[in-house]
Design a protein around this ligand. Structure first.
Ligand code: HEM
Length: 174
């Protein structure tokens, strides 16, 4: 996807179902910045990290038969770029008039979308400051995204010293 290389190491093991997180812990796209801080803060992510993670919405799209929301965030949903941040600032966003959950559409083409939580990133002063940096600097976004996605992937993984040693070798071998 032309994004930064994401180092990955094995370590998450199968566990009994009783170890699964309870339902209802995913972020709710209809909510605001306080909700984002509550959900991601509980996992140890700060404001800058929440914004960097949200940049993943450069990829993919919403599906009416899954979340109920509809459409892609960017014009190149199979390529990781900082376009999500650029579009947040450079496009005008209006409520989409439709028979579905409340979401935004871009005024110029009406083909792109933003969730209420995406717009919360430009409304909140602290989130906005980071988002502005990412909109101006793709390398900074890639660098921060790489770090934070590894942190997300590895949350709660019971690594052993052996596994991390193996992976360090693999990553720096290239
Ligand atoms: C900030 C809070 C977040 C909210 C409220 C949120 C919400 C959503 C929703 C509603 C969808 C559409 C699902 C569908 O209809 O198929 C979606 C898709 C997606 N999200 Fe998020 N998300 C959040 C954070 C993240 C994070 C942290 C990542 C990864 C780092 C991520 C990556 C993606 C991707 C790649 C898709 C597209 C999936 C596809 O194309 O099928 N999102 N998100």
């Amino acid at each position: 996807m032309q994004g930064p290389a994401i180092p990955w190491r094995p370590g998450r093991t199968d566990r009994d179902v009783s170890y699964c997180t309870p339902d209802g812990r995913l972020p709710d796209a209809s909510k605001d910045q306080n909700h984002l801080r509550a959900i991601f803060g509980r996992m140890g992510f700060n404001d800058q990290e929440i914004v960097a993670l949200s940049g993943a919405h450069a990829l993919g799209r919403c599906h009416t038969d899954r979340s109920g929301f509809s459409g892609p965030w960017t014009f190149s949903p199979t390529v990781l770029t900082n376009d999500y941040f650029k579009l947040l600032f450079n496009e005008k966003w209006q409520w989409k008039k439709w028979n579905g959950p409340k979401q935004f559409e871009d005024v110029s083409t009406k083909t792109l979308m933003m969730l209420p939580t995406d717009l919360a990133i430009v409304k909140d002063k602290s989130f906005r400051a980071t988002a502005e940096k990412y909109a101006k600097d793709n390398d900074l976004f890639f660098n921060d995204f790489q770090k934070v996605i590894v942190k997300l992937f590895e949350l709660g993984v019971p690594f052993t010293t052996d596994e991390s040693a193996r992976m360090t070798f693999k990553v720096y071998e290239e």
